[in-house]
Design a protein around this ligand. Sequence first.
Ligand code: CP
Length: 316
Amino acid sequence: MERLRNLLSASELSREQIRFLLSTAVKMAPQVRDGDTIPLLQGKTIVNLFFENSTRTRTSFELATRKLGAGTLNFAASTSSTSKGETLIDTAKNIEAMRPHAIVVRHASAGSPQTLAGSIGVPVINAGDGFHEHPTQGLLDVFTIEEKLGSVEGKRVVILGDIAHSRVARSNIHILRKLGASVAVCAPPTLLPPHPETLGVDFAYRPESLLGDADVVMALRIQLERQNRMQIPSIAEYSKFWGLNQERAKLLKKGAIILHPGPINRGVELDPEVADGPHSVILDQVFNGVIIRMAVLAAICAPDALQSWLQKGSNS
Ligand code: CP
């Protein structure tokens, strides 16, 4: 298997690399659940370079870093010199000069992690770039599906919401298809990308025809921050025709699970009773985000230490 030097997109990950990261996370999970650390990154420093808001991704990268024994430095874009005109590349080069061991970046521009990886010498991990990709979210979603339902191979996954502007949908589609899941996307026509069939998925404009066969429904928020103007008539109409409410949740199979990457707009894409109901695994996704990010950081920043930890039976 080719060694992971950066994590820029799920599209670049091989099936073997995805399986390695998922199985590493499975092995780390018991110790993390017990509150133990796995100090594979002692003496290292990871910088979180977030130019967009985040609750789950930034804090779980920070926790993952600490649980691996490394130091973490959070870069607050709003109080940095980017407000004085410094470019993303200059900012990253200045942070690189302080000798961190990896930079985790979130930015509104699609492709910015790739640009950084070509400009600096330290590993770059994409924590979400515009509407392009959010690879660790895709990994933690698939980890959660396999934790709840066993192998994702052959499972029917319905992604419901603003597919056109969603980096989460894009990363999930790449990973789910590589692992053999059957994927369908559903949204009003204006919130689907042009020619959705080119994504290698089925698609429908209304959810009712898809929900009965779904093993997994992934609900997505409307990404208003990435739309020049609202592309649906109203939020109320979206909620009425596409929201996952209690009536629509009754169409689901008994064991089907509901995912949402967060933040949830309750009463829009997901009713509160459904978000907190028996099908929901949303808070499990949040916990699994820590484990997946530990696996990614260890694989990139300490591959040899990780290999010997895995070979020793993951007991040390
Ligand atoms: N899922 C996700 O990316 O959430 P945050 O924006 O809170 O990081």
